[in-house]
Design a protein around this ligand. Structure first.
Ligand code: XMP
Length: 310
C-alpha cells in the first residue's frame, strides 16, 4: 500500500464527509487514536475537538503524558474526568464480556454521548483497525470499539456518525502512517494498549484498589522491558489469591502475571524468552508491591491464548 496516498485519501474523505460540521474524537495516546487525531486535525483544523477521557483505567501519569505529546504538535487535547462513571459501571462485574460491555456503554452512550451533545459534533472519528473488525466478526472477542460490526447503529442509538479512517489497516500499517505524519517515536514505537485499558488486565472485579495494584505492576514491567523492542508486554492481576509468607507470617496474597509477546500484527503471538536475571528482577520488584506475593511468567502463545486476559 502507498501510505502517502492513503493519508491524502483519508484527509480528503474526512473533509468531504464532515463538510462544515464539527467532529470530535477521543485520544487514548495509543498509535491508532493518535494517527486518527493527526489525520482529523489535518482535515478539519479546529473543527475537530480532541478529548482524552480519564476512565480510571489508565496507566501511571498517562493523561499528562498524552496531553504533553500533542501540545508539542500544537494539537490541543482536553482531559475529561470520567473516573467515577467508569468505576460505577464496572462495580460488581466479573464476567469478561460484561466488563467490556460496561466500558463500551459508559464510553459511547454516557460520557461520549454527553460530550458530543454539548459540543454539537455530529461525527466521531474512531481508531478502529482491521484486526479489531476481523476478530469481532470471527466471534473471538467483542473489541470495545466495534459498533456497526456488532449491529449497533451509532446514529440511531447515540445520535452521531462514526468515521473509522484506519479500518483497512493492521497495526504495522498504522505505525507506517504514524511515522509519515511525523508523530514522535514515543507514539510510533509505543506498544499496543487496549481501549478498555487496565480493565483487560484484571481478572475478576475492577476496583480502585485492584487498579492500583495492576497499575504499579504495569509501571514496573514497562520500565524493565522498555528496551527489548518486542511487540507487547504487560502485567495482569489474577482473580485468585495464593498463600505465601511475609515477615515470618502466612499471607494470602495477590497474584500478578507478567506477559511479554512477540507478534507482527497481534493475530498470532509467541511468548518471548526473557533472560532469567531480568525475570528475577521483575519478580522481586512486583512482589514488593503491597499485597502481592506471587509473580508468574506466561509462556502461552496466541492461539490458544489471547494477548490480553479479559
Ligand atoms: P487479544 O487480547 O485479543 O489482543 O489477543 C490483540 C491485540 O489487541 C489489543 N486489544 C485491544 N485494542 N481495544 C483495542 O483498541 C480493545 O478492546 C482491545 N482488546 C485487545 C491487545 O492489547 C493486543 O495488542
Amino acid at each position: 500500500m502507498d501510505y502517502k496516498v492513503f493519508v491524502e485519501e483519508q484527509i480528503a474523505s474526512i473533509r468531504k464527509t464532515v463538510g462544515n460540521g464539527l467532529a470530535i474524537n477521543a485520544l487514548s495516546g495509543g498509535v491508532d487514536s493518535s494517527v486518527v487525531t493527526v489525520l482529523g486535525h489535518r482535515a478539519l483544523g479546529d473543527r475537530l475537538k480532541t478529548v482524552f477521557i480519564d476512565n480510571a483505567l489508565m496507566r501511571q501519569d498517562e493523561p499528562q503524558r498524552v496531553v504533553r505529546v500533542f501540545a508539542d504538535m500544537c494539537i490541543p487535547v482536553e482531559v475529561v474526568d470520567a473516573r467515577r462513571e467508569f468505576l460505577q459501571a464496572l462495580a460488581g462485574l466479573t464476567d469478561p464480556e460484561d466488563k467490556r460491555n460496561a466500558v463500551t456503554r459508559t464510553f459511547y452512550s454516557k460520557v461520549f454521548g454527553d460530550l458530543v451533545r454539548k459540543s454539537g459534533a455530529k461525527y466521531l472519528l474512531h481508531g478502529t483497525i482491521l484486526t479489531d473488525i476481523e476478530e469481532t466478526v470471527a466471534g473471538i472477542k467483542r473489541q470495545h470499539n466495534i459498533l456497526a460490526q456488532v449491529g449497533i447503529d451509532p446514529q440511531q442509538e447515540y445520535g452521531y456518525h462514526v468515521l473509522e479512517p484506519l479500518e483497512t489497516l493492521r497495526k504495522d500499517g498504522v505505525r507506517e502512517v504514524a511515522k509519515l505524519l511525523g508523530l514522535p517515536p514515543e507514539v510510533t514505537r509505543r506498544i499496543p494498549f487496549p481501549g478498555p485499558a487496565l480493565a483487560t488486565r484484571i481478572v475478576g472485579e475492577v476496583t480502585e484498589e485492584r487498579l492500583q495494584t495492576v497499575r504499579a505492576a504495569t509501571a514496573i514491567v514497562e520500565e524493565e522491558l522498555a528496551n527489548t523492542g518486542v511487540f507487547q508486554y504487560m502485567a495482569v492481576l489474577l482473580g485468585d489469591k495464593a498463600t505465601g509468607i511475609r515477615d515470618g507470617k502466612r499471607e494470602f496474597g495477590q497474584i500478578i502475571v507478567v506477559r511479554c509477546v512477540d507478534s507482527v500484527d497481534a493475530r498470532i503471538a509467541t511468548a518471548v524468552e526473557l533472560p532469567w536475571d531480568k525475570l528475577r528482577r521483575i519478580c522481586k520488584r512486583i512482589t514488593d508491591i503491597p499485597g502481592v506475593n506471587r509473580c508468574l511468567y506466561d509462556l502461552t502463545p496466541k492461539p490458544p491464548a489471547t494477548i490480553e486476559y479479559v
